[in-house]
Write a protein that binds this ligand. Structure first.
Ligand SMILES: [Zn+2]
Ligand SMILES: [Zn+2]
Length: 373
């Protein structure tokens, strides 16, 4: 279990805060506790990290959704939310944030070599209604860029480190012209990175990366729902300049069921019954996700009546309880009756006094009142 503070609490915002609220709160707090304003203050530094970690999760809709669903420990088997910080680059990371906060446009060009977090990879996974309800073990194949083994990601032959670009002397920019007309453009020799590879690695042709097929194995917990995002921390693409890896995000898409509909932990079922079952009462054999249960309906059950069968719904995600199955009966009027059936119904109608039909009686009473006025 994590002993971290709740991210909403860290930023001092409500659970239903808008993206804008979160951004505002983050900016204010990050400015107040920025390490530059509190030199040698370890607690300010820790607080700054905490604020940034909270922001990184809450400002990303998918991570926020995962956090709301699973809490601080993250989705099961995913290693939790630790590692989201992106501070592996030490104070380089802080400077990048400082640039974002205060719009340090000038500083940015000098930060080309700063560690950058790798890209996230998003996979969409279709699963059956039952897999979402009861959980399942899954494996998904995906492609991702990885650091080249031959050169260890440097892009140079035999792992040679890149050298400072001779064209721009490592600044990533080239100045041209003179006097009043100095133009600055991105160095084409190094693509603005400030570094070049002298003798490229033959495996990756100097990029330092190769594409690989990988398999992610994970467990869908019982009670998982459509749109749910699993975050596999650090399983995305590698970062730039030794920056941390991105994450692998798996988005669930749950296929509809032929009989059941689901809202959270509640299952809904529409069940047709006959007019005699409705009038006389009956014991219905109600299908459930796993098997079936018997349920008694009383005499005079009306069309659209709802019955709740406790504990036959969906298991609560990470909880022990189960939701209910709500059955809505649909009284079906029979068609294609035999002559005998029709005769029996005519006899039934002759026996009727009118009191059998509450709704119709009250309707007829109202009609009568109206014409007496
Ligand atoms: Zn290589
Ligand atoms: Zn250059």
């Amino acid at each position: 279990m994590s002993n971290k503070r709740d991210y909403y609490e860290v930023l001092g915002v409500a659970k239903n805060a808008t993206a804008d609220d979160i951004k505002k709160a983050y900016r204010k707090l990050a400015k107040e506790s920025h390490p530059d304003l509190h030199p040698n203050d370890k607690s300010a530094e820790a607080r700054f990290k905490e604020i940034n970690e909270a922001n990184e999760v809450l400002s990303d809709p998918q991570k926020r959704a995962a956090y709301d669903q699973f809490g601080m420990d993250g989705p099961p088997n995913m290693g939790g939310f630790s590692g989201f910080g992106g501070f592996e680059g030490g104070f380089g990371g802080f400077d990048t944030i400082f640039d974002q906060l205060f719009g340090g446009a000038g500083a940015r060009t000098q930060r080309r070599n700063a560690p950058m977090r790798g890209r996230d990879i998003q996979l969409n996974l279709r699963i059956s209604f039952e897999e979402a309800a009861f959980g399942a073990s899954k494996s998904v194949e995906f492609q991702r860029a990885e650091l080249c083994d031959t050169c260890k990601g440097t892009g140079g032959k035999d792992g040679a480190e890149p050298v400072t670009c001779a064209t721009c002397q490592g600044t990533g920019q080239v100045r041209a012209g003179g006097g009043f007309m100095v133009t600055v453009r991105t160095c084409t020799a190094c693509g603005g990175t400030g570094q070049t590879v002298k003798d490229p690695c033959t495996t990756c042709h100097g990029s330092g990366r190769v594409r690989r097929k990988r398999t992610a194995n994970f467990t869908i917990p019982p009670g998982a729902d459509d749109g749910q995002v699993f975050v596999m921390s650090g399983q995305g693409e590698p970062g730039q300049n030794r920056g941390p890896n991105g994450d692998l995000l798996i988005v669930l898409s749950v296929m509809p069921h032929k009989l059941f509909r689901r809202e959270g932990t509640t299952l809904y079922l529409e069940m047709p019954i006959s007019i005699t079952q409705a009038a006389l009462g009956a014991t219905l054999e109600v299908p459930t996700l796993q098997s079936k249960v018997n349920h008694k309906i009383p005499e005079g059950t009306q069309d659209g009546a709802l019955f709740r069968i406790r504990g036959e719904g969906i298991q609560q995600l990470h909880g022990s309880g189960r939701g209910d199955l709500v059955v809505r009966v649909k009284v079906e009027i029979p068609k294609k009756l035999s002559e005998k059936q029709k005769q029996l119904l005519r006899e039934f109608e002759q026996e009727s006094t009118g009191k059998e039909y509450e709704g119709r009686k009250s309707f007829l009473d109202k009609v009568k009142e109206r014409f007496q006025v």
